[in-house]
Design a protein around this ligand. Sequence first.
Ligand SMILES: [Zn+2]
Length: 695
Amino acid sequence: MRNFRNVHARLLLAVSLALTVGLLGAGATAAPAAVEQPFATQLVRVNVPTQEARDRLTTLGLDLTEHGGPTYVEVVLHRLDDATRLATAGFTWTVTIPDLALRQLQNNEIGARYAAVTTTSPLPSGRDTYRTLRDYEQELRTLAASNPSLVRLFSLDRRSLEGREILGIEISRNVTSTSDGKPTFLIMGVHHAREWPSGENTMEFAYDLVRGVSTGDARITGLLDRARVLVVPVVNPDGFEQSRKWGDLVDLREVDNGGTVTILGTPGNAYKRKNCRLEGLDATPSGACEITSPGGFGIGVDLNRNYGGLWGGPGAAETPEDPTYRGSGPFSEPETQGVRELISSRHVTTLITNHTFSNLVLRPPGIRAAGETVDEPAMYELGARMAAQNGYRNIHGWQLYDTTGTTEDWSYNATGGYGYTFEIGPNEFHPPFPEVVDEYLGAGLYTGKGNREAYLLALEAAGDPAHHAILTGRAPAGAVLRLTKEFTTATSTGPGIADSLESTVTVPGNGRYTWHVNPSTRPEVMEHRVRLLAEEPTRSQTFNWTGVWMIGDHVDFEFSLPETNVGALKVALDWPTPDDLDLYVYYRNPDGRLVEVGSSGNFVLDKEEALVELPEPGSYVLRASNFASVTPSFTLTASLHGVVGEDVFGGNVVESYRLTCERPDGTVLQTATATVDRGRTSRIDLKDCQRRFSG
Ligand SMILES: [Zn+2]
């Protein structure tokens, strides 16, 4: 192996050269001026000891990552001004990656070495490097062309601001059928430009499914008999094109070979987050997206703040220069509008939107004040099962920090389909490629599981009628059934936006339809209650532990709970250095089996805490698990709390779909009302339609 230290010395020389001459890469256009001050773009860990500090940090206009713990949030500082702003606001921080351009160089080098010794990676596609946008597009087209009965190419209804198609594929057995009424699983990547592994993991799952069918894998074949899968690996093609291209320009190999200097004083747009919106323009002129402030974060809309659900509230900035700029209005961007139209026209019963990084499985709601969703038990449980495959933490979106206008906060409340955000990987936006392999297939404790298995569980849930609803009955063969619904989606500002769902199915030749749909009543209008707990415990017990343990070890404590009618069991874990331990609470079944009932992901305030509401009397195991700690001691406290009151959200409204039965030319022959709850089947025979259709 070559001496990295020497390489670095030469790199630093080359970096300063690049600073004075700007970008020298062959074929480069519109080179931005060299930065005035040698401030290295860096990743820092900002201390937020209280919820108030966490809330305040989100108001500073800084480039917050999705990586946070009980007492910190990681932030990208693009320029000296960012650091000054942070310091002026009274925050302290430690530096995690001191120079992201240099880090990019190192990652490229590690990736190049991996690719040099790898013919075929263990990934389903065999890839050993990050895809470019062109790679994604070509592979999607090839997958569809090579598997016509299994894979169908589609594009979102809107083109990106630079005029690109946003491509996806649909995968299912007999994919072109319009009459099977199967439920749909949607998986997406790259809302945020710099989060390359989010597209890779999405794409590999597509390959996995195609390969599973071609090799006769019974599980995958069965899943694709029961459900359809929509795959959109790059939601933000304009931004991704910038990030991916500039990431390559920071290229160590060129320097090593004595070739043209192509490395940069800044990472260029390699760490761009948003899309390419230039405020006030309907389309972005060619080349304009590239000429931006260092880091490329100054222009564009944060697509994961632009969805309609509670748009315009906390954690989504109002000013275009802000890294979390929410856009000029809900769904103002073609990319989010395209995703909206896709979800609104299909029964997406479960979706996963992939991001990087922080090893998290996030579920609604995105803001703390919204309380628990009505489907919290089911979404928690599926989240926990997925997190058990990839080792991520299973938490609410708001437990990272409050956000509004995110994908699943809209989709879940508009459709009732479950939604999750995966934050893939432990510590950076686009790590060396081998990490993609590990995250997808699983490594270490998770070997053979990983995101692959988590996605399969999500697909199973998407196909499981216990989690959605079914409409069935008799109708004339060949008739088109159309399900529609209009409602208002609440935003944080103004009266909300008009929203609608519309989907169709063709009645099969036997005159009996079975249509897997989302429940007719939206979660948002259903009544849900939040229990308010007494602050003073009725009883508490503390366990202190000191010893030697290794990463992956855990220590268990037995906790006996003979009391009945307890409001909540709170378990708190405290130790000298934060974020390196995980906490799990198990209920011991009569047969001795341990069932996870809570984890540190379950309820985070200022420290690691698990909350079990209405705990069953019996015996519990409290487990401290060493995720990455050398800490020799910790304290664990279990406390019981009573209920002092309740907050009620929603109005207990029952909503219905409008079901029309039509001739193929659109003539409506019968209109019916379809009301169906989650986990239920509703039978609707369309007899009038039958009579008129043949008449
Ligand atoms: Zn993201």
